[in-house]
Ligand binder design. Structure first.
Ligand code: FE2
Ligand code: FE2
Length: 191
């Protein structure tokens, strides 16, 4: 149980940093005249907030009381600002972060939570893990389009409020990550 608690706190810290970083990347993309990439960063920042909420719930379930994230979330604003170069670098950084979470961090956390019999944490990690894979794919597509100078064709972005999955332009009949219905998707405003 102790290891699961430590992992949830680490995940909340990671998600909080990713969320702030994407907000900064979004502003940078806007300043470079890339509103669609700015929009994608904004929506993904919102999605990471859903992972934070789910992980906090899982933590409260294990501890039996609400945890105070300020005790274990450390956001170094200067360090995050030093990561901002141009939007291509932002996308590369974001893809690496999402892939690390999908392939290593959450994969490992899911296994440990499963072994410990901590079902709520296991579910929270699993949902975040598969949503991160979607985030990585969307960022990769955005990077390819940026490099080939093609427009992104993003009109609307919807985020699943259960798992943080992101869908472009259309709401699916059910979320491919968590199976919840279309009513759980929230439209993110462009600015
Ligand atoms: Fe993500
Ligand atoms: Fe979902």
């Amino acid at each position: 149980m102790e290891e699961v608690v430590k992992n949830i706190k680490e995940a909340i810290n990671g998600e909080s940093n990713a969320q702030r970083k994407y907000e900064l990347f979004s502003k940078k993309a806007l300043s470079e005249g890339l509103p669609q990439i700015a929009y994608l960063f904004k929506a993904t920042a919102f999605a990471e907030g859903i992972h934070i909420r789910n992980h906090l719930k899982a933590l409260a379930t294990i501890l039996g009381s609400e945890a105070n994230p300020q005790e274990f979330v450390k956001i170094d604003e200067e360090k995050l600002k030093s990561l901002i170069k141009d939007t291509k670098s932002s996308l590369l950084d974001a893809i690496a972060g999402e892939m690390f979470e999908f392939k290593k961090m959450y994969k490992n956390f899911v296994k440990i939570a499963d072994k410990a019999g901590e079902d709520v944490a296991e579910l929270s990690f699993t949902l975040a893990r598969y949503a991160e894979r979607v985030h990585a794919k969307l960022y990769s597509t955005a990077l390819k389009k940026l490099e080939s100078n093609k427009p992104r064709e993003i009109k609307e972005i919807y985020v699943c409020s259960i798992c943080g999955n992101i869908e472009l332009n259309e709401i699916p009949s059910k979320c491919p990550v968590c199976d919840h219905g279309p009513q759980f998707f929230k439209k993110i405003e462009m600015s």
